[in-house]
Structures are given as C-alpha cells and as structure tokens.
Design a protein around this ligand. Structure first.
Ligand SMILES: [Cu+2]
Length: 155
C-alpha cells in the first residue's frame, strides 16, 4: 500500500527544493535546538555540593552524633553550611534527638540550646571569610565529641 502525500507535504518539499537556503536553515536550527536541550539537561543533572541559598535546615542527632545540613526545602543535603561575607544566613534547627548547644562568637551565632520538639531559628551575618567548626557544647551522649558542623564563609 502506498502512502498518499498530503498537499501540505508536497508543498513543503517543493519549497525546500526551490529554496536550498531554507533547507539549510531548518537543519541548522534543529542542531542548535538539540545543542541547547543537551546543555540544559547537563546543567540540571549537576548536583551542587554546597548552596548559596542563605537558609539551611539542621537536624541534630545524639544517637548518630551528627548535625545533618539540608537546604531550606529539605530536598538537598550539604556537607557544610556555605555562605559569604555580609550575607544574612539562617540556620533552622528543625529537629533533634537529645539536647545540644551551639554558639560561635566569631560568626555571631548566639548561644542556642536545641531541644527535641522545639525548632530554633538562628540568624547571623558573617564578617570574615574562613572555615568555622561549630561543636556541640552540651554533653549529649556517647557521640557528643562527634557533634559538630562546619560553616564555610566565602569572600
Ligand atoms: Cu553534645
């Protein structure tokens, strides 16, 4: 069975034959679109290791001896809190097992006691670039010594 060409198809083929520059443009356009699509996809696939979003959710676990850092929407985990000089930064201690304490005079993080069921919101604005380690200062269990997290302040 032979496929009948539509009038539109015949028209288009005729136009392309008559206008090779149109045919060339169509080909180039498709290639450019494919390139843009590939670029967009590769950018979306790249997962950031740190975030410059100034709000972080932090969960403290006495059992695991960890502070877990996530983005404000909770979707992305980060190894450190990354911010920059002059950037108002928010740490939201969303949840906790055990009781913990944090404070940093160097960063301007006020004395904060983290207890289960009482989310705490701490705001600070770093003034000096550097890497700051914040350790839990309330004995919270056998893994107390591991309870620390890093704030990296970029220039
Ligand atoms: Cu502790």
């Amino acid at each position: 069975m032979q496929k009948t060409k539509s009038l539109r198809e015949i028209e288009m083929q005729t136009q392309i034959k008559e206008h090779p520059e149109l045919y060339k443009l169509l080909r180039t356009g498709t290639t450019a679109l494919a390139f843009i699509a590939t670029l967009t996809m590769s950018q979306a696939a790249a997962q950031p290791q740190t975030s410059l979003d100034p709000t972080f959710n932090i969960t403290a676990s006495a059992d695991q001896g960890t502070f877990s850092i996530r983005s404000a929407d909770g979707k992305t985990a980060y190894p450190v809190v990354e911010t920059k000089v002059g950037q108002e930064t928010v740490l939201v201690f969303t949840d906790s097992s055990g009781v913990h304490g944090v404070e940093s005079a160097a960063l301007g993080i006020p004395r904060t006691t983290i207890i289960p069921g009482n989310p705490q919101r701490v705001t600070f604005t770093p003034t000096k670039a550097g890497t700051y380690v914040i350790s839990c200062d309330i004995p919270c269990g056998p893994k107390h010594a591991n309870m620390k997290f890093t704030v990296k302040v970029d220039q």
